[in-house]
Ligand binder design. Structure first.
Ligand code: FAS
Ligand code: PHB
Length: 393
């Protein structure tokens, strides 16, 4: 099928941000084309986030792609967090009246791709060497290589949804952006295994050997993480070592319920906090990881991509319906106001739960005090709960 040469919104990236933006624009009558560097199989095979805020679920409902999510997603009214073996339960429902839904980003991506391919418009897979042209004049366009040919797409706006390593943010002149970054001196080693979860809710554990997280994808599929070195060698972590480390760090009560089994996915992710501001340059608008990164401790990455998309879609639809650029002009400030609050929460959760220095350091004492205060204060638990379930859009 020949690649389109003209559309209203050119979207770079077929991750959650790009796919959800394309779908919501279509629902509101705005056409788009998605350019994706990877293959469909690669994109659908990525294992990443697992927790959806209710606001994200509502957006997926608005996009008409929430049926399987409602059938298969797991509603979680709380989470366990604390010193290894002595977690407390944060009662989301009792403290905020809200819950979160456990449903893998992999599944969200598959649902959005299925909707797109059912007639919404083009996804150009394996689009190589995407270049942004004319982003500060009134005729932006995209070019790329595919099938050994050069292609071009004229559009009114470009949405940079191409993640942290994408081309969009790199296409903005350095002097036009301010970046803020904190790189953490550790990473997460994650495994996926077709074994039942050790608990019906997530467990975040601080342990002198390092942080551990027990999560899940379904009643028969578990997702676990252990804090590791940034440049961890996966070969040094056979499954048996991971299971033993998880049992140690999660504590004896959780360990007694851990079912071990072969990992079906194993990977190391670096942790960083990052924001690029403003999230706009001319007719280029950044959304999701292209503009910001959070450490996954607060389960915010995917959910921030969703709120960016909510604001950007609303602004684009307003332009096409009324000609007003007012919401487009306010997009970056509106999105960043929510981004920074999620950056704070993710940084706070990360610095509270991970082994940072030796256990007799001032920082380690601060971590203990944070967790002890959390255990003793309804107010502290409410603060954690309202950030975890998601602040208002
Ligand atoms: P994405 O990175 O998902 O998607 C960007 C897309 O753009 C990709 O498909 C990419 O192939 C494409 N692209 C890149 N460059 C391009 C180019 N030049 N041309 C065309 N296409 C291009 N969040 C959590 O909440 N919990 C987690 O546990 C968690 N784990 C993570 C693990 C890893 C390894 C990573 C990288 C991220 C993780 N995240 C997690 C964060 C993650 O969920 C992101 O927040 C989410 O994927 C953001 O979605 P997008 O903004 O769409 O970016
Ligand atoms: C996950 O299930 O992948 C997950 C859950 C909670 C987090 C991070 C990752 O904070």
């Amino acid at each position: 099928m020949p690649s389109p040469s003209r559309t209203q919104v050119g979207i770079i990236g077929a991750g959650p941000a790009g796919l959800l933006l394309a779908r919501l624009l279509k629902v509101h009558g705005v056409e788009s084309v998605i350019l994706e560097a990877r293959s469909r199989d690669y994109v659908e095979g990525r294992v990443r986030a697992g927790v959806l805020e209710q606001g994200t679920v509502s957006l997926l409902e608005e996009a008409g792609v929430a049926d399987r999510l409602h059938r298969e997603g797991l509603i979680h009214d709380g989470v366990a967090i604390g010193h290894s073996g002595h977690p407390i339960r944060i009662d989301f429902k009792g403290l905020t009246g809200k819950h979160v839904v456990v449903y893998g980003q992999t599944e969200v991506t598959r649902d959005l791709i299925a909707a797109r391919l059912a007639g919404d418009g083009a996804i150009v897979w394996e689009a190589a060497d995407v270049v942004l042209h004319g982003i500060t004049d009134d005729r932006p366009r995209l070019s790329w290589q595919a099938g050994g040919e050069h292609h071009e797409l004229a559009c009114d706006f470009i949405a940079g949804c191409d993640g942290f390593h994408g081309v969009s943010r790199q296409s903005i002149p350095p002097g036009a952006l301010t970046t803020y970054e904190r790189v953490y001196p550790f990473g997460w080693l994650g495994i996926l295994a077709d074994v039942p979860p050790c608990s019906h809710e997530l467990i975040y554990a601080r342990h002198p050997r390092g942080f551990a997280l027990a999560s899940m994808r379904s009643p028969t599929r578990s997702r676990y993480y252990v804090q590791c070195a940034v440049e961890e060698n996966l070969d040094a972590w056979p499954d048996a070592r991971i299971w033993e480390e998880l049992k140690l760090r999660l504590g004896p009560a959780a360990a007694a319920h851990i079912t071990t089994g072969p990992s079906i996915e194993k990977s190391v992710a670096p942790l960083r906090s990052f924001v690029a501001a403003p999230m706009r340059h001319g007719n280029l608008f950044l959304a999701g990881d292209a503009a910001h990164i959070v450490p996954p401790t607060g389960a915010k990455g995917l959910n921030l991509a969703a709120s960016d998309v909510h604001y950007l879609c609303r602004a684009l639809v307003a332009f096409y319906r009324t000609g007003s650029r007012d919401q487009l002009d306010r997009y970056s400030d509106t999105a960043l106001a929510r981004v920074w609050k999620a950056e704070r929460f993710s940084w706070w959760m990360t610095t509270m739960l991970h082994r940072l220095h030796d256990e007799e350091s001032f920082e380690a004492q601060m971590q203990r005090a944070e967790l002890d205060y959390l255990a003793s204060s309804r107010a502290a638990q409410t603060v954690l709960a309202e950030n975890y379930v998601g602040l208002p859009f």
